[in-house]
Design a protein around this ligand. Structure first.
Ligand code: TYD
Length: 135
């Protein structure tokens, strides 16, 4: 599965902690877009789609969330609750995001501009595309 948790180097001193992310160095792509989700509704999941080409890195800046990842053969649940780690998602992967607290802030770094054409929002279509990938 093209999904992995990255642990960032944290620079700590008595003033607090700092994390630095650099294109194609400690993150595996060049950032083209950043968006973030906040004022999170713990009753309603987000995501529920896959992307055709997009690479993304999800970082939970505060609070906590669960990301359920599905590559059509396996489902995995990742918990994100620290700004010192990120979940890298590459390839056609279905994702569902559950916010565990209302103050959760999830930042998403992406390697492409927003493009609705890149979305697969229908689960049956997602399964069909994955089947064709394998055969
Ligand atoms: P969507 O990607 O469906 O949200 P999520 O996956 O977090 O549940 O996006 C919600 C709306 O915001 C949708 O109308 C598209 C729009 N949008 C943008 O205009 N630009 C962006 O970069 C993103 C991620 C979404």
């Amino acid at each position: 599965m093209n999904t992995s948790k990255l642990t960032f180097n944290v620079i700590s001193d008595e003033r607090g902690r700092l994390v630095s992310l650099e294109n194609n160095k400690n993150i595996p792509f060049a950032i083209e877009r950043i968006y973030y989700l906040y004022d999170s509704n713990t009753e309603q999941d987000r995501g529920m789609h896959a992307h055709r080409k997009l690479k993304q890195l999800l970082i939970c800046m505060s609070g906590s969330c669960e990301i359920e990842i599905d590559d059509a053969s396996e489902r995995r649940l990742y918990k994100l609750d620290s700004p010192s780690e990120g979940l890298f998602i590459d390839g056609v992967i279905w994702r569902e995001i559950k916010f565990l607290t209302e103050e959760t802030v999830l930042v998403v770094l992406a390697d492409r501009e927003y493009d609705e054409e890149d979305y697969i929002r229908d689960y049956e279509e997602f399964l069909k595309i994955k089947k064709n990938e394998i055969s």
